[in-house]
Design a protein around this ligand. Sequence first.
Ligand SMILES: NC(=O)c1ccc[n+]([C@@H]2O[C@H](COP(=O)([O-])OP(=O)(O)OC[C@H]3O[C@@H](n4cnc5c(N)ncnc54)[C@H](O)[C@@H]3O)[C@@H](O)[C@H]2O)c1
Length: 252
Amino acid sequence: MTQKTQQRFLGKTAVITGAGSGIGEATATLFAQEGAKVIACDISQARLDALSRTLEAYDIKTCAGDVCNGKVIEEIVKMAQERIDVLANIAGIMDRFLSVGEIDDSTWDKVIAVNLTAVMKLTRATLPIMLEAGHGSIVNVSSEAGLRGSVAGAAYTASKWAINGLTKNTAFFYGDKGIRVNAVAPGAVKTSIEAPMESNLSINRIEPLMKALMPPTAEAIEIAQAIAWLSSDEAKNINGVILPSDGGWGAV
Ligand SMILES: NC(=O)c1ccc[n+]([C@@H]2O[C@H](COP(=O)([O-])OP(=O)(O)OC[C@H]3O[C@@H](n4cnc5c(N)ncnc54)[C@H](O)[C@@H]3O)[C@@H](O)[C@H]2O)c1
């Protein structure tokens, strides 16, 4: 069966952040094709407009704005009209591979705000709806950088390890209330994420390791498929897991 003939999310509402590009775009597309009503969020109105055009045959609403902004979070929840079956926290940014000795406060604050704090706030805003329904699935996007210390800068690495902790803690607290919380940890994926290596330390220490050990770059749909599976009833016994989708990088 191809993914397009499955309808795992028929009648379900899925909130997907970072839906304008890369992994978020692939996930929004897959969910829409599988019957979900998709609420697609991204900071880029232009990217959301393009997504809406591509998915015009499907049930999709868009919310343009910064996921760090409380008003945008309120708007997302309002658009869902008291129903959120799936929340996929995908929006994220990188940190130019800056080590702790090189990073400036604003880069640190921004990366933590988008990759971690916004995920906590959107999860917090979504939980009452899931608790009322007695079910829900949340999938966060971690990273290979959340499995080891040698693939990104200090802020990105810290944000992704923290996402793993938030995932497990939320899974623990709400698992007995019908809410599952898992994360996917991708290796390198072909997307639009900006990842300039502006650190000499990283050029000397990380780049050679990546060249030697990194498996081939994956397509965004491969990560979307893992997110969809974890979100679906097929994974109803899976809670609190950080699932690598990294071509075996984690096995090195
Ligand atoms: N691409 C990779 O190799 C890779 C590897 C591991 C993890 N990830 C993670 O996957 C997730 C998706 O990244 P991607 O590679 O698809 O990147 P991408 O840049 O292609 O897509 C991310 C989307 O998020 C949006 N976004 C960024 N900041 C936002 C904000 N504050 N509010 C709302 N939307 C915002 C961007 O506009 C963009 O459309 C991120 O969490 C990233 O850390 C990516």
